[in-house]
Ligand binder design. Structure first.
Ligand code: FES
Length: 131
């Protein structure tokens, strides 16, 4: 069996939504200390919806494929749905990743959450703290 699914190869060789959003509403950057890979996510948000998303990933094939798939999965989604995206869902959408590459999909989940947290921090009036 091939190491990577056709979907992983497709998203690695033809990644969707690569780039930078200059006037992004939320930006998140995460890294994996072990492998040194870095992922950065940019979100454009309107009406509690992800209107646009772009990423830059300095990393392995699985990290690039995971970022690409993750951006496809959250584009057009409501913020709470984007927040709920798990690395497992990203890996499943890619028809699976080898076990030892699952941490690459975790970067995608964390990068999106980090960008959403950045958006929340910049727009506290929209996210009142409730006790
Ligand atoms: Fe580090 Fe894939 S090996 S993210």
């Amino acid at each position: 069996m091939a190491l990577y699914s056709e979907k992983v190869m497709d998203h690695f060789l033809h990644p969707r939504n690569v780039g930078v959003i200059e006037d992004a509403d939320g930006v998140g950057e995460v890294g994996n200390a072990k492998c040194g890979d870095i992922m950065k996510m940019y979100l454009k948000i309107e009406d509690d919806t992800i209107k646009d998303v772009k990423f830059e990933t300095f990393g392995c094939a699985s990290a690039i494929a995971s970022s690409s798939m993750a951006t496809e999965l959250i584009k057009g989604q409501k913020l709470e749905d984007a927040m709920a995206l798990t690395n497992k869902a990203v890996a499943e959408a890619l028809d699976g990743l080898p076990d030892y590459k699952m941490h690459c999909s975790v970067l995608a989940e964390e990068a999106i959450q980090s960008a959403l947290e950045d958006y929340k921090a910049k727009n506290p009036e929209k996210f009142p703290i409730t006790y």
